[in-house]
Design a protein around this ligand. Structure first.
Ligand SMILES: Nc1ncnc2c1ncn2[C@@H]1O[C@H](COP(=O)(O)OP(=O)(O)OP(=O)(O)O)[C@@H](O)[C@H]1O
Ligand SMILES: [Zn+2]
Length: 481
């Protein structure tokens, strides 16, 4: 697309100022992004995955705008307690004990599962540093801020939030429920003070523990993101992302550590961005509630994982998104339509540039939408209009689709109809058997043997197959789950 990235300036909503701001990179021509990664003590739920679909879309938009992107999603394999505010048990150690495995095994298993989910959602491969690889750097960071900003209690080294300017500015925490949720630890100077280092209590041993000037123990969860973002991206860097819950405690704490360490009022990242929650009718999706929605469950029910990506893109990342199976079904149907429209271009070679005015206008709309704080909902409509354009140069159309999809990540040029036929786990019949039965049914009908044709249909229905004669999508059948 000629000069596509120079069409509209990219504006992003900065949680620090609660305003849209133009993106101005710290390093000309580059974009450096850090996204808080998962705590790998369990499977991820699809709410967690919404955070990474958002971060990936941001990264794709930055690449499309011509910036050289460095994106980090860390892996939290140590340090996160069951509460964000340094209370409760260690998530990793607790799961290890309940499964009779080592904390290291737990972390490796769930990290691999997380990375498989990223791939299934067509999330590009950012760097995935592990917190446990940065413990030395965390201790060094702690040492450099300990005298001026920290104090020791029996339970560890604590950060005194009154030693940095404007603590909690990101959360606007002083009056709302931000600080109110922080649990008391005996001896803390301020309610919001948090652990930099947690000492292993006398007489206990942890599987993951290290020696430090403040005793044997483990780093506080907040410290790892400051340390890893600085080590991998330098400070200041461009954008820090996370779910909206992190705006309250985790990110204000990172900012406080960054200010202390860098000796400035700067916050470490210039722009802080937060995705809103995926919710269930009953409330926020959470792992603590036992059974929870995983991407694998969606696949087991016959949905393609990219239908979930599309479901996320249909909403603005700053809006709450309510999950429902009907909503997912609608997104899946929409994805099928797109894939079928691209299939109609099979055999077309993409053009080397787009000159057609209709395509250029649609591209301008697409560009304006993604430049407006990642308005993917509008961008999708521009893509769909492009897909439905008739009497147009096919090569140019394909090029425009490819460029839009590079930003949205729906994998439209690779996905085929057959890929979208996801076999539900409890299916009683395979796709090949269904196709064969439908072919026999067609023959029976052609021979006017309606009894045979009805018998085949009844047999399919009994096996959970809905036969969709005359389906406008040409989808023909689906397995009901
Ligand atoms: N329902 C949700 N919707 C969108 N993002 C979420 C949701 N829940 C968590 N996140 C985000 O997912 C990322 C990873 O979360 P994290 O590993 O801290 O686990 P968690 O889901 O918060 O854990 P738990 O459910 O046990 O409280 C974070 O950026 C977090 O803000
Ligand atoms: Zn973090």
């Amino acid at each position: 697309m000629p000069n596509a990235h120079s069409m509209s300036d990219l504006k992003l909503f900065n949680s620090l100022t609660r305003q849209l701001e133009p993106f101005q990179p710290v390093h000309p021509g580059e974009a450096r992004v850090y996204s808080c990664g998962p705590t790998v003590y369990n499977y991820q739920h699809i709410g967690n995955m919404r955070a990474y679909v958002f971060a990936d879309t941001l990264g794709r938009v930055l690449s499309y705008k011509g910036y050289k992107l460095t994106h980090v999603i860390n892996i939290t394999d140590v340090g996160h307690l069951t509460s964000d505010a340094d209370a409760g048990e260690d998530k990793m150690e607790k799961m290890a004990a309940s499964q009779g495995k080592s904390a290291w095994e737990i972390a490796a298993f769930y990290q691999a599962d997380f990375e498989a989910d990223l791939a299934r959602l067509n999330i590009r491969k950012p760097a995935h540093p592990k917190a446990t690889e940065y413990v030395d750097a965390m201790i060094e960071w702690g040492k450099s801020i300990a005298d001026k900003h920290c104090y020791e209690l029996d339970s560890g080294l604590y950060f005194d939030v009154s030693t940095v300017p404007e603590y909690g500015r990101l959360a606007r925490a002083v009056t709302d429920d931000g600080e109110g949720r922080i649990d008391e630890v005996e001896g803390k100077r301020n309610k919001a003070d948090f652990a930099i280092w947690r000492k292993t209590p006398e007489g206990e041993t942890r599987q993951m523990e290290w020696d430090s000037p403040w005793g044997r123990g483990a780093p506080g969860w907040h410290l790892e993101c400051s340390v890893m973002s600085k080590a991998l991206l330098g400070m200041p860097f461009d954008i820090h992302t996370g779910g909206i819950d992190h705006r309250e405690i985790h990110h204000p704490n990172e900012i406080a550590q960054n200010q202390a360490h860098e000796g400035c009022a700067d916050t470490g990242a210039r722009i802080w961005m937060h995705n809103n929650f995926l919710v269930e009718r009953s409330g926020k999706m959470s792992k603590s509630s036992g059974e929870f929605l995983r991407l694998q469950l969606l696949i087991d029910k016959g949905f393609h994982p990219l239908a979930y990506r599309l479901m996320c893109l249909q909403a603005h990342y700053r809006s709450e998104l309510e999950f429902s199976w009907e909503g997912l079904q609608a997104a899946f149907t929409r994805l099928k339509r797109m894939v079928m429209a691209v299939a109609a271009l099979q055999g077309t070679e993409p053009a080397s540039e787009v000159t057609d005015k209709r395509l250029l206008d649609l591209f301008e709309r697409f560009d304006a939408a993604v430049s407006d704080d990642l308005n993917t909902a509008i961008a999708l409509t521009a893509l769909e209009e492009t897909l439905s354009l008739k009497k147009i140069d096919q090569g140019q159309k394909l090029l425009a689709i490819a460029q839009m999809d590079a930003v949205l990540g729906l994998d439209l040029l690779q996905l085929e109809r057959a890929d979208l036929r996801v076999q539900p786990k409890n299916a009683q019949i395979s796709a090949t058997e269904i196709e064969a039965a439908l072919t026999s049914r067609k023959e029976a009908r052609a021979n006017k043997d309606f009894a045979a044709s009805d018998a085949i249909r009844d047999d399919l229905i009994a096996k959970g197959v809905e036969v969709m004669d005359g389906d406008p999508l040409g989808w023909d059948w689906r397995i009901e789950v």
